[in-house]
Design a binder for this molecule. Structure first.
Ligand SMILES: Cc1ncc(COP(=O)(O)O)c(C=O)c1O
Length: 390
């Protein structure tokens, strides 16, 4: 038995903060692989291609030129300028370089956003199923996530549903489009409804646009671009998905005052900014021609169509996701409980997926299959599914 050292305890605000279930699945996959099994890796969320060479060489050049010193904690000016131009051109978000903050991945932007606006006892509306860390980012501020079922909200009216789940203590809405895990892409009309509700109730919107470049059906609308929204939105972006830069930890946030001062403080006291050579690599990333991004999107579309057809063929019902790179089929044919379904699929067919329930109660009965992997691996997975159900 572990000895309890009296008087030592952790900060209470971490009591409700979980540590990703996904890590446990990754461990099980490693165990199976170590035992010599081939595992179909549908559990991940990383692009199938490598960081483009031009981006890597920009980092190497920065290192060779000794760009290895402290940079301004909010990011180097040429990068913030280039990001402001990108935000104006692509997202229709009007921002000065001072309203842009370079962050350690999208994750730090989101962490800073929740820390900046939520107090203990506050509530935040979160469309569910949601990317798992969001629940922990909210509870880490000692606020409470109020889960809003995305599918029913879109069917019954977003504004009415948000109204229904909202409390007098609601301060913010987490708005993720395209969504992980469900692949939902909110339309312009959806964004307008959420915006109208936020304005009417004087709420802050934390927008997560990690998958902005991965929309197959419809368009990506940045909610901050709508009238009256730039002043109440903190929008968080990342280089992880578009440029295959997950390990670089490169992201940015855009917001007006008073938010920017708060966000800057959190970045300053947590990491004191993003590694200087990484910022030069980001600058190069922004020079990527739009046609390259579009070509990769088509590669993802092929993967989506192949996987979704395979899932439906074996009776795992799945609507084609409009965005991001995950399919989220109903898996009740395997087991009513998604944790059991994921375990069965992993043990019997060596297909690694993520149980839907880890993305909130609204994800129960589903499994998340990531399809940002080589085509052949998707073909192998579909074959393994056929074998499993035959
Ligand atoms: C919805 C969503 N938001 C934000 C992120 C943050 O990614 P990163 O911290 O790698 O930029 C992810 C990564 O998986 C995500 O799925």
């Amino acid at each position: 038995m572990a000895t309890r050292v009296s008087g030592i305890r952790l900060a209470r605000r971490l009591d409700e903060v979980g540590f990703s279930d996904i890590v446990q699945i990754r461990n099980k996959v490693m165990e199976l692989r170590a035992a010599g099994h081939k595992v179909h890796p549908m559990h991940g969320g990383e692009p199938y291609f490598e960081t483009p060479d031009a981006i890597k060489y920009a980092a190497i050049k920065a290192l060779a030129e000794n760009q290895t010193h402290y940079a301004p904690s909010s990011g180097i000016l040429p990068l913030r300028k280039a990001l402001a131009e990108k935000l104006a051109a692509k997202n229709r978000i009007d921002a000065t370089p001072d309203e842009v903050l370079v962050t350690v991945g999208g994750s730090q932007g989101l962490y800073a956003a929740f820390q900046s606006v939520l107090d203990p006892g506050d509530d935040a509306l979160v469309f569910s199923p949601y990317w798992t860390p969001i629940g922990d980012l909210v509870t880490g501020t000692q606020a409470r996530p109020l889960l809003v079922p995305t599918i029913t909200a879109r069917r019954n009216g977003l504004r009415m549903t948000l109204e229904h789940f909202s409390t007098p203590k609601t301060r913010a809405i987490y708005y993720n489009t395209p969504q992980n895990p469900g692949g939902v892409v909110f339309t312009r009309a959806d964004a307008e409804e959420v915006a109208a509700f936020a304005i009417e109730r004087d709420l802050i919107v934390i927008a997560d646009e990690a998958y902005e470049d991965l929309v197959y059906d419809g368009e990506h609308v940045s909610i901050a671009s709508l009238p009256g929204m730039a002043e109440r939105t903190i929008a968080c972006f990342t280089f992880s998905k578009t440029y295959a830069m997950t390990g670089w930890r490169a992201g940015y946030a855009v917001a007006r005052e008073p938010f920017m001062t708060a966000l800057r403080k959190i970045v300053l006291y947590s990491t004191n900014g993003v590694a200087t050579p990484v910022q030069y690599a980001m600058l190069q990333g922004l020079a990527t021609p739009e046609r390259e991004i579009a070509a990769r999107r088509e590669e993802y579309r092929r993967r989506r169509d192949l996987l979704v057809a395979g899932l439906n063929e074996v009776g795992l019902e799945c609507e084609p996701p409009a965005g991001a790179f995950y399919a989220f089929p109903n898996a009740e044919r395997i087991h009513r409980k998604s944790r059991a379904a994921a375990q069965i699929l992993l043990e019997k067919a060596h297909i690694a997926t993520i149980p839907g329930v880890v993305f909130g109660a609204q994800g129960e009965g589903h499994l998340r299959f990531g399809y940002a992997i080589p085509i052949e691996e998707i073909e192998d997975c579909v074959e393994a599914l056929r074998g499993f159900f035959s």
